[in-house]
Ligand binder design. Sequence first.
Ligand SMILES: NC(=S)c1ccno1
Length: 242
Amino acid sequence: RRVRIDVVTIFPGYLAPLREALLGRAIEAGLVELGVHDLRDWTHDVHQAVDDSPYGGGPGMVMRPQVWGEALDAVLAAGPARLVVPTPAGRPFTQATAQAWAGEERLVFACGRYEGIDQRVVDSYAARMPVDEVSIGDYVLVGGEVAVMVMVEAVVRLLPGVLGNPVSAQEDSFSDGLLEGPAYTRPVSWRGLDVPEVLRSGNHAAIARWRRDRALERTAARRPDLLDALPEDALDRADRAF
Ligand SMILES: NC(=S)c1ccno1
């Protein structure tokens, strides 16, 4: 099953890293198809204007609906898709979002400047297809391109055949609702710091318990909100003892 991903942007070169390394290999292996389109290809004026000043006044510029409408009509002509618009004003993009989108056949990402795309673009397409305005975090970027790369990587790594070891996608941070704990590899001692004994004990129950305790400890310290969001039965007695 291949996924088709299209990205519309005024900075197509910004998306070049998607063709590197793991994602590049997934594209070459035919696990994912990637199309990057320059929004300015759908302008008709000599200045290739893609934005204009906002009605109601205020700082910055807003991206023009006509250009976006022609671009998205052209890209969407290839078939139904989920339209994704990265924006700081969006719903949070999480691992659950990535899991859900990994099941889609087609994703189209519209990269807008931070000041945004004329709302009528989202409103007109939302009438006939799924449209998600999502945020990768509470900070402001210059445009949506970096956010699209984050989301494409989070989705594509979940596709069958992309990760060498698919189990790790299941055991990701967040898959059990907790942050992952610390990881270690050789040498046993490095700059006076030793690998925790238990990890070399061969006692798999003790190792699992230690790892769970470290995940609970880290989650409580860094992301208490994730602990609060855990379902009632997620923590067993040993967890609670922790
Ligand atoms: N936080 C997100 S998704 C964003 C897009 C543009 N600027 O910030």
